[in-house]
Design a protein around this ligand. Sequence first.
Ligand SMILES: [Zn+2]
Length: 417
Amino acid sequence: MGKIYIIDVTNRDGVQTAKLGLCKLEKTMMNVYLNEMGVFQSEFGFPTTRHESHYLRANLELAKMGVLQPIRLEGWMRAIAEDVETCFRLVPEIKHLNLSISTSDQMITGKFLGKKNQQDIVNMMVEAVDAARALGAETVGVNAEDGSRTSLEFLVRFGTEAREHGAARLRYCDSLGYDSPFTIYETARALAENVGLPVEIHCHGDLGMAVANSVAGAKGVIDGGQDAYINTTVNGIGERAGNADLVAVLLAVTKAKGFGGKYQLGSEMDLSKSWRIARFASYAFGVPIPINQPGVGANAFAHASGIHADGVLKDPDNYELYGFEELGRGEPELVETGREICTGRYGGISGFRHVMNEIMGEEAVHFNDPDEAERVLELVRYANVLAQKPLVEDELLFVAKYPEIARQLLTTTPLDY
Ligand SMILES: [Zn+2]
C-alpha cells in the first residue's frame, strides 16, 4: 500500500505570494525547521533566478555538511530545456527538480494565445526532462499546471510521456483551487492507475478546500496503487487564498476519522515542531497566525463556555481531538518587560555579547578570539539589514554556528554574471 510524503513548497509558492517574502536567511531557517520536522522534501527555490544562486548553493552545502539531512532540496522552474540549462549553470550541485508547464485548454488558448497546442506542451516538457536527466538530475517531477482544468485524457498522456522519459513523479496542480474532495479523489486515482507514477497533489484554497482536497487526492493516489506526495506551505501561505497548510495536513492525515492509522506517512514526522515552525513563519512573513488556525491558532485549545470548560477540565478528550503538547505548545514564553538589549545593524560588540549570553548562557559562548566575535557580529548586522527585523534566537545561533554559510546567504551581487 502506498504512503503519504510531504513536499513543502513554502520557499517557492509561499514566497511568490503577492506582498510577502522571506530573506535568504529566513528561507534557510525554514529548510532547517522543515528538516527537523521530518518533511521529505523542500521545494527550496528558483534556480534560474539569479538572486537565489548564493542561497541555493549555500543550502546544498548545508545538505553536504549533514545539517540539511535527510530532507531533499528541490528546485522549481518552467519545463523549458533552456531553463534547465540555466539552472545547472547557476546551481551545478542541484539534484532534484520540478519542471512546470500549463496543460489546460484555458491556458493553451488564454495564455499561450493559440501559439501552442497539446503536442507542443508535451514536446517542451519532454525536452526539459531529457535535459535535466542529461545534466545530472537524480529526480525530476513534472508539474501539470492548471491540472484540474485539463482533460483526464491529456493528463494521462502528459504523465505517461514524462514517465517514459525518466520523470519520477507527476504533480497534479489544482492551481486555482477548483477541485472538490470528490473530483480530486477520482482524478488522482485515475492518474495513479493509468500513468504508473507516484502523484503529487498541489492544492489551493480559493474555495476553502485546500487541506480537504489534499487529503482526498492523496487517498485517491494510494487507492490507485501509488505513493502520494502532498504539497504544503507553513501556515498555508501561498498565492491568493493560499496553499494546503502543513500542520493541518499532518493533523488530518494522522487524526481524521477513517484516515489516521489506515493511510500512513512514509517518513517519520515530528509534530511537536509544529508550534515553532508556525511561529517562525508568522514572524518572518510578518503575517499573524489566525486565531482559529488548526493546531497552532491562539484559540485552538481555548475553552470559555460553561459546558465545554467543565467537560475539558474533567477530561480533555471530551472537547479536544488532540493535545496541545503534541504540537509543541505549552512552554511558558518569556516576554521582557524591563530593560532590553537588542543587537542588529547598528549594534556594537558588548550588546552583541550580552544578547548571545542571554540566549546560550554565560558558559556557552566560546568565540575563539575577539576577532571571531566581531566577525559574527558583522554578519548579524548584515542579516538584520536584509531581514529588516530583529533576528530570532535560532537565527543568531545559526549565524554563530555557520558563519561561512551565513556570509554566502547574505551576499547579493547584482549583474556580475
Ligand atoms: Zn501553487
